[in-house]
Ligand binder design. Structure first.
Ligand SMILES: [Zn+2]
Length: 406
């Protein structure tokens, strides 16, 4: 048994003062420190100084670890320029991210309080490292390919990777699938993979309506994607219609990444089907895609999860950086309320999206926790969520399933 004593608990639905948390693998009790000490006399005690706060560990639902070697190799500012640069550089970027590079990315996420992450794997190179990561991992085997002639070969390669990942499945490593996007995956291939996921009860993630180019291409077969598909892939019509693509996910609550250019009707379907929108504000900004209207997402009652995306479109996998960016991108929303919502987006909302029993400080939830230090002169307790985002680069301590990490 371990007991953590801090001044505050961010549950994260409310801020609690004067209580401590007792846990093993799961949270066992939340009560006065003295009561807990009497109840569990042999517990290891972690007592923190003034203005410390315990909150759930963060859940980063969307990262591409295989692209972690990128620093400044890719072209930012415009989505298509970026995509061309990925195609040009990936032959060196992907091999340049060796085991050490992936391990470093996993470690950096742990140090910045990320206790669960969703890894989108294009090649399976990150499989064994994700399987033995200290964090909980949902491992999304990705399928891509818009050319129907190659669909069978691509599907078999995808199935093989899913099968391999299933060999590592355990309590902390959950195999899942990713369909790259409606513009890059042929409808027959997407349909087969989604049906497979439904039959095998696997979670699904997909990029959706990330750029203006995607909107124009899928709606009308025009825009920046037209020359891209004609020249690169010898294709003159889009692989899917957005509405048909969305319909494939019926009955399987999934993660829809970006959605910056999703229209009203698509958002209504996303809400109705209980999908989650994954919001990556830094990636959207750097690739020239604009900003998601998160006020509308909240108004529509859609589950929102903030994530970093990969280092192919970000400078850091520290989710505190992402939350800070979100705070300033969405400048028209009152900052204290927004900070509270953003913390929930990487705890309770993300846990719901990934179907894991964490993201909340509540009896019986998994003890995936972090302790942060707030400034000594903290005055208004109700502003704690905002100050956590403003003043934290990394937590003092991280616990995963009750195990302690520095
Ligand atoms: Zn992505």
């Amino acid at each position: 048994m371990k007991i953590v004593k801090t001044d505050f608990i961010l549950t994260p639905h409310k801020i609690v003062s004067g209580k401590a948390v007792a846990f093993e693998k799961n949270i066992v009790d939340i009560d006065d420190f003295e009561t807990l000490k009497k109840k569990f006399p042999n517990a290891t005690i972690f007592e923190y100084e003034k203005n410390s706060c315990i909150l759930p560990g963060f859940i980063n639902t969307h990262v591409h670890l295989e692209f972690s070697a990128n620093r400044a190799a890719l072209s930012y500012g415009d989505f298509l320029s970026w995509l061309y640069s990925v195609i040009k550089k990936r032959e060196e970027l992907v091999p340049n991210c060796d085991r050490l590079c992936i391990q470093k990315a996993i470690k950096n996420m742990l140090k910045s309080g990320t206790t669960t992450f969703g890894a989108i794997s294009s090649y399976g190179y990150d499989l064994t490292l994700c399987a033995k990561a200290p964090q909980r991992v949902v491992y999304f085997n990705e399928v891509i390919g818009s050319n129907p002639a190659a669909a069978d070969a691509l599907y078999n390669d995808f199935l093989q990777r899913v099968k391999e990942s299933k060999e590592y499945a355990d309590e902390k490593f959950i195999p899942a699938i990713a369909i790259h996007s409606p513009y890059s995956v042929h409808r027959i291939l997407a349909k087969k993979a989604i049906e497979f996921a439904k039959e095998n009860d696997l979670l699904i993630s997909t990029h959706f309506m990330e750029s203006r180019a995607e909107r124009e291409w899928l709606d009308k077969g025009v825009g920046d994607f037209k020359p891209f598909f004609e020249e690169f892939l010898n294709q003159s019509i889009p692989a899917n219609r957005a509405e048909d693509y969305l319909a494939l996910f019926e009955g399987a609550p999934s993660l829809f990444v970006h959605c910056v250019w999703a229209n009203e009707k698509e958002l209504e379907i996303i809400e109705k089907e209980k999908h989650t929108i994954v919001h990556c504000p830094i990636s959207n900004r750097l690739l020239g895609n604009g900003a998601l209207d998160i006020g509308k997402i909240k108004y529509l009652g859609i589950n929102l999860s903030v994530a970093t995306d990969g280092l192919s479109s970000n400078y850091s996998l520290n989710i505190y950086e992402e939350l800070k960016a979100a705070l300033f991108v969405h400048y028209h929303i009152e900052p204290v309320a927004l900070a509270f919502d953003l913390i929930r987006s990487v705890t309770t909302n993300a846990a719901k999206a990934l179907k894991i029993n964490a993201g909340e400080i509540k009896i019986e939830k998994l003890a995936d926790l972090q302790v942060v230090k707030l400034p000594k002169d903290l005055d208004a307790i109700e502003q704690i969520p905002l100050h956590i985002l403003l003043h934290t680069k990394k937590p003092e301590k991280v616990f995963i399933g009750g195990e302690s990490y520095e």
